[in-house]
Design a protein around this ligand. Structure first.
Ligand SMILES: *[C@@H]1O[C@H](CO)[C@@H](O)[C@H](O)[C@H]1NC(C)=O
Ligand SMILES: *[C@@H]1O[C@H](CO)[C@@H](O)[C@H](O)[C@H]1NC(C)=O
Length: 446
């Protein structure tokens, strides 16, 4: 999958941060991919980079694992990141891109990929668990979007910050096949992918896909039948002296993206190409339910402090017991969206229409370092696309930004999932235009 590479690419493509410490202001404390803001899109744990944020505690904390069965019957089961309040118990899943192409329908989570004529390819969606996860058993009941070549569906665990990953992936050209893979620290090892027969067309019926992740092994299953076990002891790398086995806390999630129109030929070959499109085509991946069981090796929810945004108010609802039956009642609506005070529009807001929190200095008033352009004068560092040209700067990475372009050995055999360039719906696409945020101090790469 492309999560890590997308982030890295976006950051690298947009700006080179000044080396050193805090680049974000206290009014927009959370750093992500070259920008600072106070909303979930920037502050959520594992999206937010603590090392470049205002201070070491500006990013929201990891939420910790809770056992939960989510059936996507409740309207609160998934929320757009723009409206996510930071309480994982209110919304177990968050759709992390703009535009948000995930929805709930007939008791299913539906990840949609419509056509984006501007970029001449599909724009998918990605939904992540709002609780963090590390070790345990996760089963998702999924019907893939493998009805046409090029369409990629995935169910994965991923740590963005560290780059560890456990994958199920389906490529449209092989609807009966599921691919399993794992990554350690975003090292792209092309040899670890294993493909299996699903036992039917993955896009025609729901199947249960399970991974069991323990400190010493990972087992992948379909409909309760074991496909593969990977042992940590077999991942030892002599040169580095490390076990290249996933061991970092992250999130569980789902994604659909257009591999057939990816810039990299390797990715196109892997997914099938070209993805057939008419302007009205919408590809859909369905998730009926997901069951997450935390193992004893899990980091517990931080009981005294809680995780997520509000360290104290969410603490009471944190427990190690299941929360699946304790959905918020309708009389207890989600907290008012923080995003409302900080829209991340996909068209071009001027910095003047970004509401400043009433008791805080506006972007213009904000005491910016003297060598830093003010938000009004120059919202974007000069090496970034202007808001007018490209509302979501790293939205559609150019081919030259694609990770596989340089890193991939361009094998003649099928590339693994990590060969894939950042899917077009990967995290960077959710970033707002440069002038959305208080501008961070950057040095333009020479
Ligand atoms: C760190 O920044 C947050 C805002 O992101 C603020 O609430 C907190 O008080 C700061 N902590 C310290 C020690 O300055
Ligand atoms: C890739 O994984 C294989 C085992 O599956 C291992 O032998 C090889 O050393 C790994 N390569 C790298 C670069 O980690």
């Amino acid at each position: 999958m492309g999560w890590p590479t997308a982030l890295a690419v976006a950051a690298g493509a947009l700006a080179t941060m000044v080396s050193g410490t805090n680049t974000c202001s206290q009014w927009a404390p959370c750093y992500r991919e070259g920008y600072c803001d106070a909303s979930a899109m920037f502050c959520m744990w594992d999206l937010c980079d603590p090392s470049k944020s205002f201070n070491a505690t500006s990013c929201w904390k990891p939420e910790g694992c809770v056992n939960q069965a989510v059936s996507f019957d409740s309207v609160t089961d998934v929320v757009s990141i723009k409206k996510y309040s930071g309480n994982p118990n209110t919304n177990p899943f968050v759709s992390v891109f703009e535009p948000d192409n995930a929805k709930l329908a007939d008791g299913k989570l539906v990840l949609e990929m419509p056509y984006n004529s501007k970029n001449n390819r599909g724009f998918g969606s990605t939904v992540d668990s709002s609780h963090s996860f590390k070790y345990g058993t996760v089963t998702a009941r999924v019907k893939t979007a493998s009805i046409a070549k090029g369409v990629v569906s995935s169910f994965i665990f991923r740590s963005n910050l560290v780059g560890d990953e456990i994958d199920f992936e389906w490529v449209g050209k092989n609807p009966h096949e599921v691919q399993t893979n794992f990554f350690y620290h975003d090292i792209r090892n092309h040899t670890n992918k294993r493909s299996f027969d699903v036992g039917g067309d993955s896009s025609a019926a729901y199947h249960d896909y399970t991974f069991i992740w323990a400190p010493d092994s990972i087992t992948w299953l379909v409909d309760g039948k074991k496909l593969r076990t990977l042992y940590r002891k077999d991942t030892y790398d002599r040169s580095s002296g490390e076990y290249r086995f996933p061991a970092a806390e992250g999130r569980v999630g789902f994604s659909i993206w257009d591999g057939g129109n990816a810039p990299s030929e390797g990715t196109q070959n892997w997914a099938g190409s070209p993805t057939p499109w008419t302007k009205d085509t919408v590809y859909r991946m369905y998730v009926d339910s997901i069951n997450i069981q935390c193992s004893g090796d899990n980091p517990p929810p931080a009981s005294s402090t809680g995780g997520g945004k509000d360290l104290t108010s969410s603490a009471t609802s944190k427990s190690s017991t299941t929360i699946s039956e304790s959905r918020p009642s309708s009389s207890n609506p989600p907290a008012s969206p923080t995003a409302s005070s900080s829209p991340a529009p996909t068209n071009q807001p001027s910095s003047s229409n970004q509401p400043s929190p009433s008791n805080q200095p506006s972007a213009t008033d904000s005491p910016a370092p003297s060598n830093q352009p003010s938000a009004t004068d120059s919202p974007a560092p000069s090496n970034q696309p202007s808001a007018t040209d490209s509302p979501a700067p790293s939205n559609q990475p150019s081919p030259s930004n694609q990770p596989s372009a340089t890193d991939s050995p361009a094998p003649t055999n099928q590339p693994s999932a990590t060969d894939s360039p950042a899917p077009t719906n990967q995290p960077s696409s959710s970033l707002p235009p440069p002038n959305k945020c208080h501008v961070v101090k950057v040095t333009v790469a020479a």
